[in-house]
Ligand binder design. Structure first.
Ligand SMILES: C[S@@+](CC[C@H](N)C(=O)[O-])C[C@H]1O[C@@H](n2cnc3c(N)ncnc32)[C@H](O)[C@@H]1O
Length: 499
């Protein structure tokens, strides 16, 4: 049996994790079952997100390689799993609060999850980037006002530090000053275009844009080159509601701001006309919110993590009671919610949702109760796996083969966004991105990197070495710097054409 204890930092300090208490009951439960213990992995994480998709203990089948037509098609579980290939995953932050042995034993007995009667599934097995959780995420940004009204909290309060680092004036001033240095040098060579384009992807409430534009005016006044007159700040987001909020926030800069509804994973669909023209693409707390798969290297084999969203029958019964529906009808109502949004849902199905408030309550409770089952599906070859439309899974190889077993994010959405954005940059332009980056691949072996829930949205750390590797292949230098403010995990990524 292999034990992979990832949060090694928690083994020391004033309150070290009690490994025996976390592992003992699990091993006891396994020993009392008939599983082949030599083919069990036990993985311990410290899941720092209080709101997340995991149970304290989860069982994950590790599927055998035979019996697959297509590596990504849903697989009939019993056909390929040999009973004794499995991963038992423990969240050691919470394992002391539950009857761990009993829970583990129950899960081992029900490990052929398709027949687990205590769960109601919302989807078949899928790579995580295709899970229904991303529809929840999109709905959150589309109907943010209703969610925030119900919770009485602003989304920024859920971000690390309670506020976006994109509002940090010192960091903004530094960014703008270096733009001025560049523009001055282009002026000196008579090479500065008349129009100065800056693009922001994923604008939220517009706080980031407002800080940037306010600082720009002030620095421009001091600098005396009247760059503000030539500035075009393009705000982009896939949520029309959020864009409207941001437009209001930057009303003082109306003449210099335009907004675009676009998917950050395909910026060229709307911004293609700006090829080679953008001096700054500015992104904060967005890459960690884009769909991602996870891949793993276990025992020399490569796997993609498949997930399947579910509610416990108990949770579905409680949620169903709220909307006069039996538990088995809850998934259908969730699909309706995701298609229509809470306001229209209340109009379309008044028998279940007498008011918008009931629909929002249904949404929030379903999201809170939502869990992900996981299994490992073997990848026949990395070249058969596509990270993004023009990026082959082969890019993952150096990271997957970097040493001991590893499980890491692919950040398909962030990679797609990155490779579709960099062609828009002016030859001296930059992409600047504040986010939760894993900057050393070993970081995946020592900590839990998501997914977690930030209110109604999803957070996954971003695979920095992967983006750097892909960037290098495309002729870009990608650099990571820890954000200046203390007490934040935010890192700033800068990408620019290699000298
Ligand atoms: C956490 S907020 C960050 C807002 C702001 N940049 C900040 O730092 O405060 C994430 C933003 O990304 C947007 N977003 C998420 N996924 C997106 C996508 N696929 N395309 C465009 N915008 C997206 C959301 O609508 C939201 O405005």
């Amino acid at each position: 049996m292999l034990v992979d204890f990832r949060p090694t930092g928690k083994l020391r300090g004033s309150k070290p994790v009690d490994v025996t208490a976390a592992l003992g009951p699990v091993v006891d439960a396994l020993a009392e079952d008939s599983v082949d213990l030599s083919r069990v992995r036990v993985v311990c994480d410290w899941v720092q997100y209080r709101s997340n998709f995991r149970d304290v203990v989860d069982i994950r089948p590790i599927l055998a390689a035979h019996g697959h037509e297509s590596v990504l098609a849903p697989v009939p579980l019993a056909a390929v799993v040999t009973e004794d290939e499995m991963e038992v995953a423990i969240d050691v932050r919470r394992s002391g609060d539950v009857p761990l042995k009993k829970l583990t034993a129950e899960l081992i007995r029900a490990r052929f999850g398709d027949t687990n009667p205590s769960r109601i599934h919302l989807e078949p097995w899928l790579p995580t980037s295709a899970s229904v959780i991303w529809e929840f995420n999109a709905l959150y940004w589309k109907a943010l006002d209703l969610w925030e009204q119900a919770t009485g909290r602003r989304y920024e309060q859920a971000l690390p530090g309670g506020q976006s680092d994109a509002r940090n004036r010192d960091a903004v001033r530094e960014m703008i000053s270096s733009l001025f240095v560049l523009w001055d040098s282009l002026v000196a060579r008579n090479a500065l275009p008349e129009e100065l384009y800056v693009v922001e992807l994923g604008v939220g409430n517009g706080g980031q844009a407002k800080t940037w534009l306010d600082e720009f005016i002030e620095l421009d006044r001091e600098h005396g080159k009247d760059y503000y007159r030539r500035l075009h700040y393009l705000m982009c987001d896939y949520s029309p509601h959020v864009l409207e909020l941001a437009r209001t926030a930057v009303a003082d800069h109306e003449q210099h701001v335009s907004s675009f509804v676009l998917d950050a994973t395909q910026p060229r669909t709307a911004l293609g006309f700006l090829r080679y023209k953008i001096f700054l693409v500015y992104i904060s707390n967005v890459y960690d919110n884009l769909p991602t798969d996870e891949v793993a290297q276990i025992g020399g084999r490569t796997y993609i993590v498949q997930t399947r969203a579910y509610l416990t029958r108990e949770a579905a019964a409680e949620i169903g009671q709220l909307v006069a529906a039996p538990p088995d009808q809850v998934p259908e109502l969730i699909r309706k919610l995701l298609r229509l949004g809470p306001a229209l849902l209340a109009e379309a199905a008044p028998a279940h949702f007498p008011s918008i408030e009931t629909a929002v309550d249904f949404w929030r409770r379903s999201w809170e109760a939502l869990r992900l089952e996981e299994q490992y599906l073997p990848l026949a070859g990395l070249d058969l796996y596509q990270i993004a439309p023009t990026v082959s899974g082969e890019m993952l190889r150096p990271l997957l083969e970097s040493g001991a077993a590893i499980r890491m994010h692919v950040n398909n959405g962030a990679v797609a966004s990155f490779v579709d954005t960099v062609p828009l940059l002016h030859p001296y332009g930059r992409l600047v991105c504040h986010d939760l980056f894993v900057t050393d691949v070993h970081g995946y072996r020592t900590g839990f990197r998501g997914p977690g829930k930030y209110d109604g949205s999803i957070v996954n750390w971003v695979n920095g070495p992967l983006l750097a590797h892909i960037g290098r292949r495309k002729g870009f230098d990608v650099d990571y710097q820890r954000f200046a403010r203390t007490g934040t995990n935010i890192v700033t990524m800068t990408a620019q054409v290699r000298d």
